[in-house]
Ligand binder design. Structure first.
Ligand code: SF4
Length: 360
């Protein structure tokens, strides 16, 4: 399946999801709830705060239904997109999402590491506090053809620890603090320069979800959002971010839990990643990336291709051959080399056998 809605946004025949979320008015959270959130640092965590989150989530789930209806009506032309674009919300569905994510930071479960640390005062596995840092942003011409030029924003830090990490210079330290309004201004500028999307990556974007939604709150352009992710996010995070993600650009690295644990230090990989891909397909458009690894054709490439063919609706699939050993890969002799040509051929034959919709 191609990225049809994404292409329509590019042509201004559809509205990016975050721009819809920004225009849906939700219940303003008055009194105790709002004050409780703002006075967060002076309070100890307890039942009251938990019930505040529950309340926020209840309002969110009601607004989500309205969001879905409005999006469908906009897509089908029942609602005039130009008139809708003139709307302003005093407190929007997107504002509510930011509030929820800020609250979730007090016991972080953005990803399936589920550290449950209070990121206002502690760091979890990803070493992020509530502040986000980024390494660079530019118009990327090396992504999939349908994405370029892609305004790619590289955030620092990651929820994985891949021993062959090709971005290890980004992942293990903090570069520039994110000023959300300033980055939003740059997103708009890059759009005027010809970007077809804003592509949040790293590292990984999940641990910066609250910051990314704050950026989007300030973006004016009708630019599609690409979430370039390892797909290890929690269902709680998916519930919030899926209404702003137009394209899930998801890595599908491993075909089993053993390889995932060995090379990326993650547990329960297969169940989580397959759950998230199925969910992503229901609420957005999907482009899967699989980096073929030396000696992992049977255990990973073949398993992934078979699962995608049987369980997803023929998404775009990028079979990538650019693996090279770097970072700690030399500690693992079996992956301390590039792919052989026979491995590339075999991976391509597998993709053809399962009739995957390959990116070329
Ligand atoms: S984003 Fe993931 S790794 Fe980081 S603190 Fe939260 S649960 Fe832990």
């Amino acid at each position: 399946m191609g990225l049809d809605r994404y292409s329509r946004i590019n042509l201004n025949n559809a509205i990016a999801k975050f721009q819809i979320a920004k225009r849906i008015e939700v219940e303003r959270l008055e009194g105790g709830l709002k004050g409780g959130l703002e006075g967060r640092l002076g309070e100890r965590l307890g039942e009251r705060l938990e019930s505040e989150l529950e309340h926020l989530l209840k309002v969110h789930s009601e607004a989500k239904e309205e969001f879905k209806e409005i999006k469908e009506e906009l897509d089908s032309g029942k609602i005039d997109g130009n008139k809708f674009a003139e709307k302003k919300a005093a407190f929007s569905f997107l504002d509510l999402k930011v509030k929820i994510l800020e609250k979730m930071l007090e016991s972080c479960c953005f990803c399936e590491r589920r550290c449950e640390v209070n990121r206002y005062s502690e760091k979890g596995f990803c070493k992020c506090t509530d502040k986000s840092y980024y390494s660079s942003e530019f118009l990327h011409m090396g992504e999939e053809p349908e994405l370029i030029p892609s305004h790619t924003i590289f955030f620092n830090r990651c929820t994985f620890r891949c021993v062959f990490c090709q971005n290890y210079d980004i992942v293990y330290h903090d570069d520039y603090p994110v000023d959300e309004a300033e980055i939003a201004r740059i997103v708009d500028l890059r759009y005027r320069q010809g970007s077809r999307n804003v592509n949040f990556v790293g590292g990984n974007p999940d641990q910066h979800a609250h910051t990314i939604l704050k950026i989007l709150r300030n973006v004016e352009s009708n630019v599609p959002v690409v979430w370039n992710s390892n797909m290890y996010h929690s269902s709680e995070l998916a519930e919030i971010i899926e209404d702003v993600v137009d394209v899930w650009l998801g890595d599908f690295k491993y075909g089993n839990d053993e390889c995932a644990l060995k090379y990326s230090k993650v547990k329960n990989y297969w169940e989580i990643i397959t759950r998230n891909f199925k969910r992503a397909e229901k609420n957005g458009e999907l482009l899967i990336r699989h980096l073929v690894m030396p000696g992992h054709i049977e255990c990973c490439t073949e398993k992934i291709a078979a699962w995608v063919a049987r369980n997803l609706n023929n998404p775009r699939f990028n079979l990538m051959f650019q693996y090279y050993p770097t970072y700690k890969a030399y500690d693992y002799p079996e992956i301390a080399r590039r792919l052989r040509s026979d491995e590339m051929r075999e991976a391509m034959e597998i993709a053809k056998r399962y009739a995957l919709d390959l990116v070329r």
